[in-house]
Design a protein around this ligand. Structure first.
Ligand code: GZL
Length: 326
């Protein structure tokens, strides 16, 4: 990581001296090492930190030089980082788009510079399919479906007259995981008359906002809340604090469903404080490096590479579950 940070700082200096967009002598010209520019969206969750770790370690293992930038939840900063990689004439660009819209212009610049783009994790919405070469990541809609399927199974174990009021903690508005997990969950439970969606608030995938939002909903609905569906584990951690402070027991008074599959969430599941954790793997690094090498070699690549994921619930035997690594 230190190497790539030093390299990135050198880039910034070169650009500031040479003026943005001036064609600097790309340091990797004549070198056979592939140079990958990686524009990460932030470090908002354990999942995101695990994703960055996966990419940086995979680059090291693959002998690929990595330029890395953390945009700290700013689309503008992500676009700036991609522009700096274009100016530096990297071989390939990879990024996780914080939201789905607003990428066409900078990706057109990458295409005009002849630099292939890999989208990892989240998706972009575009009419122009030529703007990126491949997407590597999860089926977020299926993750929402798995969350809904768990809740239907849970309901089947409850008395026939029991109804469930659900509150939802949404991730970053207009991000793919927020849109798709929301849709998958709703489509799965929509026809069940005993499940009511009470409220839905954006916690931006963060612990602090997750706690704030659930505190607000508890003040409004109190013990009328039967289920929390959280779009990621970090917001769920904050929500558990609010639920305990309110005097309710998570996993018992409030059924807890979360997504990501961080080790901390699995430990809470084993302790009975959480009822269902849907897996969303951040370990995309090896696949990104494989596709980057193929693109740099001018090979055809598969346009969509989905991660294989499952869910872990209170009904499963979790004793043999391998450490999550994030
Ligand atoms: C999902 C990823 C989401 C995680 C959150 O692939 O984009 O962003 O679910 C993270 O933990 O913030």
């Amino acid at each position: 990581m230190r190497k790539s940070v030093a390299l990135f700082l050198a880039v910034l200096l070169a650009l500031s001296l040479g003026g943005c967009g001036k064609k600097e002598e790309a340091p990797n010209q004549g070198k056979d090492e592939l140079l990958l520019g990686f524009a990460q969206l932030g470090s908002e969750s354990g999942w995101r930190i695990g994703n960055t770790k996966s990419v940086t370690e995979a680059a090291e293992a693959a002998g690929i030089r990595l330029m890395y930038n953390n945009a700290n939840q700013s689309q503008e900063k992500q676009i700036k980082a991609i522009r700096s990689y274009i100016a530096y004439r990297v071989d390939v660009i990879a990024f996780s788009p914080i939201v789905e819209e607003g990428w066409d212009n900078v990706l057109r610049e990458a295409r005009e510079a002849g630099i292939p783009v890999i989208i990892e994790d989240r998706y972009i919405k575009t009419e122009d399919e030529t703007l990126y070469a491949a997407h590597i990541g999860s089926d977020f809609y299926r993750e929402g479906v798995m969350a809904g399927e768990y809740l239907l199974r849970k309901l089947s174990t409850l008395p026939a007259d029991k109804t469930l009021n659900v509150v939802e903690l949404e991730g970053t508005i207009d991000s793919t995981p927020m849109l798709q997990r929301r849709a998958g969950f709703r489509d799965t439970v929509r026809d069940e008359p005993r499940i009511h969606l009470l409220d839905s608030i954006c916690g931006d995938f963060m612990i602090s906002k997750g706690k704030e939002c659930v505190k607000t909903m508890l003040e409004q609905y109190g013990s009328g809340i039967d289920v929390l569906f959280s779009h990621n584990d970090c917001m769920m951690y904050g929500a558990l604090e609010a639920i305990r402070e309110y005097g309710l027991t998570p996993g018992k008074d409030v059924i807890i469903i979360s997504v990501d599959g961080e080790q901390q969430a699995i430990d809470l599941l084993k302790e009975g404080q959480v009822n269902c954790v849907v897996e969303c793997t951040p370990k995309l690094g090896d696949e990104i490096m494989r596709v980057a090498k193929d693109l740099a070699a001018g090979k055809e690549v598969q346009r969509e590479v989905y991660s294989h994921e499952s869910s872990f619930t209170e009904f499963d035997d979790l004793a043999g579950l391998a450490p999550r690594g994030y």
